[in-house]
Design a protein around this ligand. Structure first.
Ligand SMILES: *[C@@H]1O[C@H](CO)[C@@H](O)[C@H](O)[C@H]1NC(C)=O
Length: 190
């Protein structure tokens, strides 16, 4: 029953189109999706996540197809943003419909909703403004703000009981997506 409310939310993930494929910032490398993942990711965990995210986001995976690195960074930021939205929805559903949440759980979930607010606004700004406009000033700090905010929520859940809540794995996944978005962002030379 614990996952009953959570799983349907994961299914609403809409594939992200390569809407930003036309983004053509000067001095940004042109490369294939697989090459972008290889270049950005230092671990197999991150590489596999990167490939999955590219596929889910509708990136053309063929070796001959190349995009500006900006397009991949935008795709990753949108993917992270969608994932954050699912997590927030899961947390708010629990808060409003689950009367068996303990006081500690309630506090942690509410804390996480607050932590996610700056993560959300920063990732949206990255995806919708900073990257598409090719003005990368402050971008590194913005990624850091996203990651730190999600990690703040993750750290709230690091107690023997709260790690077992359905929210915890969602937050860990969000954190990895935020880190991946940042790694792909680094291909822009920020
Ligand atoms: C409500 O919260 C309790 C305590 O975390 C959990 O065990 C239960 O699975 C939750 N119910 C639903 C429907 O998510």
């Amino acid at each position: 029953m614990a996952m009953a409310k959570i799983i349907p939310l994961l299914l609403v993930l809409v594939p992200i189109r390569m809407a930003a494929a036309r983004t053509d910032c000067p001095n940004v490398p042109l490369l294939g999706a697989v090459a972008a993942c290889q270049k950005a990711c230092g671990t197999k965990l991150m590489y596999d996540l990167c490939i999955r995210m590219m596929r889910q986001g509708g990136a053309d995976m063929s070796p001959s197809h190349k995009e500006r690195a900006t397009a991949y960074a935008i795709l990753a930021a949108h993917s992270a943003a969608n994932s954050f939205d699912d997590t927030k929805l899961a947390a708010s559903n629990q808060l409003s419909h689950n009367s068996s949440l303990s006081g500690k759980q309630r506090d942690a979930y509410e804390g996480c909703m607050n932590d996610y607010a700056p993560a959300d606004s920063s990732i949206d700004r990255i995806a919708d403004e900073t990257l598409p406009s090719c003005r990368f000033t402050g971008l590194a700090d913005e990624y850091t703000r996203v990651i730190n905010s999600v990690e703040k929520c993750r750290d709230r859940l690091l107690t023997p009981t709260l790690v077992k809540t359905p929210l915890y794995p969602m937050v860990v996944a969000d954190r990895n997506k935020a880190v991946l978005a940042n790694m792909l962002g680094k291909l822009l030379g920020i």
